[in-house]
Design a binder for this molecule. Structure first.
Ligand code: ADP
Ligand code: MG
Length: 592
């Protein structure tokens, strides 16, 4: 080892105590490891080039302008457990680099052909080094002219592990995964310029000139950035920095909750829950905010050595840190006065204006409206349109299953209170009921396409690179189902038609959500896509909870429900109505 070498092999006892294991199970993990190395090398610009042929990734090249390596280090870098980042176990507790196991390059080289071209910044020699390692064997080692920094190229990925190659996901899925990894690195290192290309096409390009907000705008667009609250708070034990969404911007799943600890992207269920908790009832129970947060925790309090992929971390005083996160974020939300004041508007005698999309939370906590009230004009029109969509259903075997009903009132802008001819009480959930109606109707349509309608104005979606990667392969299927979606600009897509079931003046957020649901990998298994479409449309197109309905609209809804084949449950199997025989009420009041 020459005087200038930095990389050393960890001793056996240290090796035995770090959570080791396979880190390169797929091409995306190669990208992650190499990009992390570039960050650790102090790069200010990182260029990631992916090439593919016939649906397989054929090459990954990552070039950085970091510290580079001298000849000896470059050779050493391929040795297992050789690292420049820690010397021994105690170092691990002050480690601020992303890597520390000295395993990645060795593992990658073991299953592919790796070429490193590198030159040490301020190094003693003029020329740089080129080393090729294939399947763990050094096959080339020579001087070369090259700029400062490092370029690592990986080819023949998994050439000697056919099983792993076979189990690769589809190319679009892999590219989506890679985009997701790069997105996370961009968000945790907004000062670094990143570029990701696939077969020369640019997927991500951020100049790395600004702060987090700049990175967010580049990746997700102004639309989202405009709905974020700046966060810079916390305690000495847990600094919290980044941005969180106002409650109006939320998602059905937590995949846009970007979390990091000391700039290391992490996954922590508990942390997700603590953040979600800060929103409390500002969000409906099944919604998640969009957040980009980094926790600054004293390195001595964080255990990064939990899992080989380093995504999981443990905190020393976890409970306290989680409580801090919840409290501080709640304070941020409160200071922006997003928590509605205690029913001031209702006390003054008027209702929250509603276009049917106002979440239940704003309405349900107030005094019970008695009887059926006249809705606002705008709300009335929306409801009318939704009901018209389903009004032409011919009578089916369901007719006669529901008795004649007299509507007493609407409760909580959600439940219809009805009296049966036998003087029993029946409650109907308007959303579940309309969902059932819509679902039955959609089932009768030959295909959605026949019912696609052009939007009055196309809805423009801004998608993150990862979302876009998931969208592209789904476009033909979506088109069959009535969505015509076209590229519109950088990161943006224009939705020109939607299935009739979604209505004509749909808001972008809804279109976005429907598409997100359709392309999400989490589709229930065994449900065929057409069926899945039906369920989603039924749910989306149906009258919302929180919609004030006029008496004749209530009548209409019940009329339509009566015509369905199975009026008693919604497509998810939840009841559309609950029956209280008068006898049961009498019993409850001890009148028997
Ligand atoms: P680790 O990152 O855990 O140390 P790796 O196998 O990923 O292990 O890398 C081994 C060593 O090679 C690193 O410790 C570092 O010294 C060197 N190295 C790897 N990539 C680069 C790079 N892009 N620039 C400079 N040095 C690098
Ligand atoms: Mg590494």
């Amino acid at each position: 080892m020459t005087a200038g070498s930095r990389i050393r092999q960890l001793d056996a006892s240290t090796v035995s105590r770090i959570a080791a294991g396979e880190v390169v199970e797929r091409p995306a993990s190669v990208v992650k490891e190499l990009a992390e190395n570039a960050i650790d090398a102090g790069a200010t610009a990182i260029d990631i080039r992916i090439t593919s042929r016939l649906g397989q990734i054929t090459g990954i090249t990552i070039t950085d302008d970091g510290c580079g390596m001298n000849h000896d280090d470059a050779r050493m870098a391929f040795t297992r457990h050789a690292t420049s980042k820690i010397r021994d176990l105690p170092d691990l507790f002050s480690c601020t680099t992303l890597g520390f196991r000295g395993e990645a390059l060795a593992s990658i080289a073991a299953v592919s052909r790796v070429t490193i071209v590198t030159r040490e910044k301020g190094g003693e020699t003029v020329s740089g080094t080129l080393i090729v390692n294939e399947g763990g064997r050094m096959v080339e080692d020579r001087e070369t002219g090259c700029p400062d920094g490092t370029s690592v190229s990986v080819e023949k990925i998994f050439f000697n592990t056919p099983a792993r190659r076979k189990f690769q996901r589809s190319l679009p899925a892999e590219i989506a995964l890679i985009s997701g990894i790069v997105e996370r690195l961009v968000l945790t290192h907004p000062g670094i310029a990143f570029r990701l290309t696939h077969n020369g096409r640019e997927k991500i390009a951020v100049p790395g000139s600004g702060g987090l907000m700049d990175a967010i705008i580049h990746l997700f667009g102004l639309e989202i950035a405009g709905q974020l609250l700046h966060v810079d708070t916390g305690t000495p034990g847990a600094g919290i920095r980044g941005a969180i969404s106002v409650p109006d911007l939320s998602r059905k799943n937590p995949y846009q909750m970007y979390l990091s600890v000391n700039s290391r992207p992490v996954f922590s269920r508990n942390l997700l829950a603590a953040i979600r908790k800060a929103y409390g009832t500002l969000l409906p129970q099944d919604r998640y905010p969009v957040v980009f947060l980094d926790l600054a925790i004293p390195v001595t309090e964080v255990d990064i050595n939990v899992h080989p992929t380093k995504r999981e971390v443990r905190f020393g005083s976890e409970e306290q840190i989680l409580a801090t996160v919840t409290d501080q974020l709640r304070a941020v939300l409160e200071s922006h006065r997003l928590i509605p004041e205690k029913d001031a508007s209702r006390a003054a005698g008027h209702r929250e204006p509603s276009d049917g999309s106002v979440p239940l939370r704003y309405i349900s906590s107030g005094p019970v409206p008695d009887g059926v009230k006249e809705p606002l004009l705008r709300e009335r029109i929306t409801t009318e349109r939704q009901l018209r969509l389903t009004e032409t259903g011919p009578a089916t075997s369901g007719e006669g299953k529901i008795p004649d009903l007299e509507i007493i009132g609407q409760f909580g802008a959600l439940y219809l209170i009805c009296r049966t001819p036998d003087d029993d009480l029946l409650l109907i959930d308007q959303h579940a009921a309309h969902e059932r109606i819509l679902y039955d109707q959609i089932g009768k349509w030959p295909s959605f396409q026949d019912y696609a309608q052009e939007l009055i104005e196309p809805v423009i979606l801004t998608l993150s690179p990862r979302e876009a990667e998931m969208l592209i392969p789904a476009i033909p299927t979506l088109e069959e189902e009535g969505f015509v979606i076209e590229p519109f600009g950088i990161h943006t897509w224009a939705v020109r038609t939607v299935p009739v079931a979604l209505g004509r003046q749909i808001d972008p957020e809804t279109v976005r959500e429907v598409i997100a649901e359709l392309i999400a990998p989490g589709f229930p298994k065994g449900v065929d896509p057409a069926e899945q479409f039906r369920r989603i449309f039924a749910c989306r197109g149906a009258l919302k909870a929180g919609t004030q309905m006029s008496p004749d609209q209530c009548e209409q809804l019940i009329l339509q429900l009566r015509r369905t084949k199975n009026p008693f449950t919604c497509p998810h199997g939840r009841p559309t109505m609950v029956f209280f025989p008068k006898k049961k009420l009498d019993e409850l009041f001890g009148r028997t």
